[in-house]
Design a protein around this ligand. Sequence first.
Ligand SMILES: [Ca+2]
Ligand SMILES: [Ca+2]
Ligand SMILES: [Ca+2]
Length: 352
Amino acid sequence: MKLSLIASLAAPVMICCASTMAQLTIDGTCEAGYGNPKASQVVHTGFGNATDGVNSYANGSELDAAYIKIDAANGYLYVFMSGNLESNFNKLDMFIDSVPGEGQNELRSDNADIDYNGLNTMGRGPALDAAGAPILDSQGNPVIYNGLKFDDGFAADFCLMTTLGGNPVTQYANIAQVLTNGGGVGAFIGSGAFSGPTGVNLLDDQVYGCQLSISNANIGGVSGDSANPGSGCGVVTGIEMKIPLVLLAWDGASDIKVCAFINGNGHNYVSNQVLGSLAVGTGNLGGDGAGGYFGGFPGALRGVNFASIPGDQYFSVFGPDACGFCYGDLDGSGEVDSGDVSLCLLSTGPCQ
Ligand SMILES: [Ca+2]
Ligand SMILES: [Ca+2]
Ligand SMILES: [Ca+2]
């Protein structure tokens, strides 16, 4: 009797585990199979707090939390970013570090030309004048603008950019290799239109095998108020994607790290919605790291250096869970740190 009970309990558990990955559907809704988030947002959004509450269009962008899952058996990386992507062609720019010892810690400007050269707009290269001629310094040497710099220990090997807009509301995406010495292959991977405000979209890339979907239904998560930012924990809709591991040149064992941020529609003005999160109260980074705009090509983000910003502006498969229950972890970042102290100080005063 006891043995048969164990056997009958064991059987459904095994079915459950074997089918966990099959339960991840690219539909903009986060399934339980993702497990716990690996990063959560503690910063109010500087790109508009979404209030529309429908799947397709949205009047703001925020990255509330990040989930990441490797399905090695079937060869896919799943990433879910809960939150919203405004339907005004602002961008979700996502970089993946999947090959140890390779990739770009500072973006170059000689990568594949994707999304109107948006990837290279963020990269390092010679300053050009309005006529496209190199700008020289007082010594007669070319002025070189920095590229966007990631944290120490993060060197991007792959880039995925996605955006949303138009009528009917449609999602578009581009991918590119980010190779140590530049060059590489990139491609526009298609579009996924919504049938209506409450429909579900799917961008199904038949060439490279990526799939993406968005649900903009979230009206919770972080707010647009720096004094009461709220938390990104608990949001279950957002931007979902599935990327073949072969595109990432993954070795089958190493950690996979992701840095993601909402950027302006020309990939030249970084918001304050970055995961891993910036510090509580941080404003948009812009191009100069403090909310100022440079624009141009290359070096449009030459002041954005995640290595100089406290904390890791990336999350990873092997990293600690976020949004855990931990006394004192007020911002749900998974540890009690300066962010919690900041939240506490921002809340100073009599309780309601
Ligand atoms: Ca899903
Ligand atoms: Ca919100
Ligand atoms: Ca950092």
